[in-house]
Design a protein around this ligand. Structure first.
Ligand SMILES: C[S@@+](CC[C@H](N)C(=O)[O-])C[C@H]1O[C@@H](n2cnc3c(N)ncnc32)[C@H](O)[C@@H]1O
Length: 208
């Protein structure tokens, strides 16, 4: 890709190779060219939901990207945060901010033997969305963490419907407790036409 990516590009990725290439190119301009210019407010909403639910560190930030969620978690008093992401370049930007204890380059849809079972929480903003990760990404996370771990996962609301998240959550019923859903705007009024009112569904639960 020889130009800065757009939201439209991001939503139509069809392979993991595409996703890696997208974020390789996007990493250097993601915070200002996407986060600020589109009024991307989902990271704050995810961090706030985690804090409101009583979340503490250590927490794993899945699809952490450049560290936008960690910034709000740290402001809320969370002391230890690890980042997991497919993109070395996004993790490279995150590294420079110094928010994370460990940076884990990994695919969340595959087994995660490198993920410690000691987390008290798992958060994710903007990763479970079109062209990125479907409900299959929840399985390795559930397998990796211990009982009682708090999850706050954002799922693009249209993707929630089309990718089968409702069925997936039903399938987890015996393994989770305290499941709640809440919809929140992903962007503010600065977003491109057609995306200004896009919603994410925040899925909050604990592993039983
Ligand atoms: C829209 S960005 C969100 C980044 C950050 N959480 C935020 O809210 O700004 C999506 C991130 O998910 C990562 N990602 C996509 N597919 C992934 C996968 N299968 N495993 C791990 N990370 C993935 C991308 O590399 C990218 O950094």
């Amino acid at each position: 890709m020889d130009r800065d990516p757009t939201l439209k590009d991001a939503y139509r990725m069809s392979s993991q190779g595409d996703v890696k290439e997208l974020y390789r190119v996007w990493a250097h301009s993601y915070d200002s060219g996407f986060g600020d210019s589109q009024g991307y407010q989902l990271p704050r909403a995810v961090a706030q939901a985690y804090l409101t639910a009583g979340g503490t560190g250590p927490v794993l930030d899945v699809g952490a990207g450049t560290g936008l969620v960690a910034e709000y978690l740290i402001r809320g008093g969370v002391d230890v945060i690890d980042a997991l992401d497919l993109s070395d370049e996004m993790l490279g930007v995150a590294r420079m901010k110094g928010f994370y204890r460990h940076l884990i380059a990994a695919d969340v849809t595959a087994a995660l033997p490198m993920v410690s079972g000691d987390y008290r929480g798992v958060v994710s903003a903007g990763t479970f969305t079109m062209g990125h990760v479907g409900p299959e990404g929840l399985i390795p996370l559930m397998d990796a963490v211990k009982s009682g771990t708090l999850f706050v996962i954002s799922v693009n609301a249209a993707h929630f419907e089309s990718a089968g998240f409702a069925d997936a959550m039903n399938g987890f019923a015996a393994q989770i407790e305290g499941l709640t859903f809440a919809d929140t705007r992903i962007y503010d009024d600065r977003a491109d036409d057609g995306h200004r009112n896009d919603l994410a569904r925040l899925i909050v639960f604990r592993k039983a």
